[in-house]
Ligand binder design. Sequence first.
Ligand code: 48F
Length: 263
Amino acid sequence: MAVEDVKISDVIIKTFSEKLRGVLETDVAIVGGGPAGLCAAYYLAKQDYRVTLFERKLSVGGGMWGGGIMFNQIVVQKEGNKVLEEFGVRTVEVEPGYYAADSVETVTTLASTACKAGARIMNLFSVEDVLTRDEEVDGLVINWSAVEIAGLHVDPVSISAKFIVDATGHAAEIARIIERKVGPKLLTPTGRVIGERSMWADVAEMLTLENTKEIYPHVFVAGMACNAVFGGPRMGPIFGGMLLSGRKVAELIGNRLQRLTKS
Ligand code: 48F
């Protein structure tokens, strides 16, 4: 059967418009499609919540593709390995307690599993602001990354979300937007983003998980952004903390959504 060029366009425009309209109201909006964001998306979608993940770049995966110094291998510890096993990523215990995985297999499996569980992944979108009612954050302001990159003067659109996850990595962009625009009212010791410290993998892994929490009413932080917000160290190419943080934020928000449904 011959295919008509204009019909191909029509199918794309029709289905994408439906997809975009479908994310206007979401239970959880995740900003950033690195390992923490992808993991959070999967565990929330698995609980049947409406989850939308916005990723600025063409591809999701964040800092995982390149492993360490572009050697496309990642390392996780025992707890992180259990998460990878749940996703079906193949790992090898190279030294006791040090598991290695192929970074490309890991990213693609996390993304595919999150999509198949029902998470909607919107790549090429940048979150440029939060939506506020007085001081309450109840959504996000989104625009095409191409608009941002080209510096075009084009207005964004908004989406509403019951909960938001800042999984933007080192930049902690959502926390910084709230600090700048709403005020120094983050749930950190100073009310501000404290800023990431130098490399110390052991402490960083522990603190990433410990600091996966609510940083402003209805706004949570996950992954490397936890360390930027709460002043934890960075950790290099060990990714267990990212995966466990994504799973933890999904549990925390899942509990809150459950309480909302009951009340
Ligand atoms: O940086 P990233 O991979 O964050 P993560 O999930 O994992 C951190 C590790 O990759 C690594 C590490 C582990 O040892 O230290 O750095 O915490 O992924 C963050 C994603 O968020 C996107 C960005 O393009 C990246 O893919 N992002 C950042 N700001 C925005 C955004 C924004 N405003 N809107 C949309 N996407």
